[in-house]
Ligand binder design. Structure first.
Ligand code: NAD
Length: 470
């Protein structure tokens, strides 16, 4: 065993099965278990982020034309803050837990060890191509696992950055990058992993889940879906509008927790649209295509999908509605008086189009939400706490965020994940460590004669007297 020895030589990447075997060998040699190794890798990763902050912002610009502010806030600095928190708490999280014990075990030790799973696979999505891959990766490292990461091929500049940078900073036997798309992922999924962490669409999530069942591999699936916003009559219109629009138009709606559609009364709809006109003009100017703050759609396929949605909704456009295929630009667009059967309500939008579906009241909104798949997040805007509580108590979603959008993600003590078709499992902060940790229960007895005497009542020959004694 060469526990704790770190190899920073350039990896000789062989076939995918050889890559997985290399990680397995490192795990089996005990490389990843010592806290010193974990801490050193996480510190190296922090150094990578700090030394390459500008480079990370640049590759996000190349793939998504992401503004510097959004790149820093939603990816680079988010990763830095998460790592600082992990490094600060690592010793505490690793410690074995000592649960309470009953009289029967008064002389024994009862312990829960935080055991790494082994070789883990992290598959990332393109919309936040750095954060969605590197955040779970650092959770896997903190928990003492070997990791193979597969960045999304749809954000090629970010994928290249990851493939070039990780080997320069991290242990090349235990933390490995596999680049590629569905073909490589399919090949990866034929290998045996001890944990699979996937972020992406619900349809591919089902493929991952099915592949994982072959080896009974536990999974976290961070998926998507339509996340609704209910705006109550009691909400502050100006603050609500700003918070909803910000959550929707960061990364031009290509965010898993972007507000997908709004439910509100017609009265609130009118006020929201009026306020949105004012706010969007203030934020993005007369010609939003010239704004440096709006990202672009990731590729031609997604652009055509969104263009079709805008074209199918022409009669519902209250704000925006223009697009430019050459620039993969879609104007921030708000649709009013949308009905449940409209095309825009069929699937997750994942772009800068925000439909408003009028409802009579909170009760009708709850019914609407419960008739559909469980969302990743449910947003509620209301001053009336009775309204807020009735949505909390009567709906199911991965999480909820009240009078705000997206920012629940940044609360490091809140586990982030979906439920039902929006996902399985959760991560962020300690939840990332726990996700990649097997809770290994252990009862430790000794050979003391008094202990043996107390326990001997269970040995044959059995008798009614012994039964009453036990
Ligand atoms: P995707 O499912 O198309 O791709 C994700 C990953 O799966 C990529 O690495 C890709 O190479 C791989 N992949 C694609 N097709 C595959 C196949 N047939 N077999 C095996 N692997 C395959 O997802 P996406 O388009 O990158 O992301 C968009 C979706 O992800 C949206 O639904 C969004 O809501 C969701 N999402 C969820 C979260 C979350 O945290 N819950 C975060 C971001 C995105």
């Amino acid at each position: 065993m060469v526990a704790g020895i770190i190899n920073n030589s350039k990896p000789k990447m062989g076939t995918i099965s050889e890559t997985v075997q290399r990680a397995r060998d490192a795990f089996n040699r005990g490389v990843t278990r010592p806290v010193e190794w974990r801490r050193q890798q996480l510190e190296n990763l922090l150094r990578l982020y700090k030394e390459n902050r500008q480079g990370m912002i640049e590759v996000l610009r190349q793939d998504l034309r992401r503004s510097k502010m959004e790149a820093a806030l939603l990816e680079v600095d988010f990763l830095i803050n998460d790592l600082i928190n992990t490094l600060h708490n690592l010793d505490k999280w690793i410690k074995p837990e000592k649960p309470s014990k009953g009289l029967v075990n008064i002389l024994d030790e009862v312990v829960i060890y935080n055991d790494p799973y082994g070789v883990t696979l992290v598959i990332g999505a393109w919309n936040y191509p750095l954060q969605l891959l590197l955040l779970p990766m650092s959770g896997a490292i903190a928990a003492g696992n070997a990791v193979i990461v597969k960045p999304s091929e749809m954000a090629p500049a970010c994928a290249k950055f990851i493939a070039e940078m990780l080997p320069k900073y991290l242990d090349n036997d235990a933390i490995l990058v596999v680049e590629g798309g569905p073909e490589e992922t399919t090949e990866l999924l034929k290998q045996k992993f001890d944990y699979i962490f996937y972020t992406g669409s619900t349809s591919v999530g089902k493929i991952i889940y099915e592949a994982a069942t072959k080896n009974l591999t536990p999974v976290t699936l961070e998926l998507g879906g339509k996340s609704p916003v209910y705006i109550d009559n009691s909400a502050d219109v100006e603050v609500t509008t700003k918070r909803v629009l910000w959550g929707k138009f960061i990364n031009v709606g290509q965010t898993c927790i972007a507000p997908d559609y709004i439910l509100c009364t017609k009265e609130v709809q009118d006020k929201f649209v009026q306020m949105a006109k004012k706010v969007l003009k203030e934020w993005y100017g007369e010609d939003p295509q010239k704004s440096p703050d709006l990202s672009r759609i990731i590729n031609g396929r997604h652009f055509s999908r969104l263009q079709t949605l805008v074209d199918a909704s022409k009669d519902k456009v209250a704000i925006g509605g223009s697009y430019d295929p050459k620039d993969k630009f879609i104007e921030p667009t708000i649709l009013a008086n949308v009905t449940p059967s409209d095309k825009i309500m069929a699937d997750e939008i994942f772009g800068p189009i925000l439909p408003i579906v009028p409802v009579a009241n909170a009760y009708e909104a709850i019914q609407f939400i419960n008739e559909r798949e469980k969302p990743l997040v449910l947003y509620v805007f209301a001053k009336e706490m009775d309204v807020v509580n009735s949505l909390i108590e009567n709906t199911s979603s991965g999480g909820m965020c009240i009078n705000e959008t997206v920012m629940h993600l940044a609360v490091e003590t809140l586990p982030f994940g979906g439920v039902g078709s929006s996902g399985i499992g959760a991560y962020h902060g300690k939840a990332s460590f726990d996700t990649f940790t097997h809770k290994k229960s252990c009862l430790i007895k000794n050979f003391s004669s008094i202990g043996e005497k107390l326990a001997s009542g269970r040995y044959p020959p059995y008798s009614d007297a012994k039964l009453s004694y036990i």
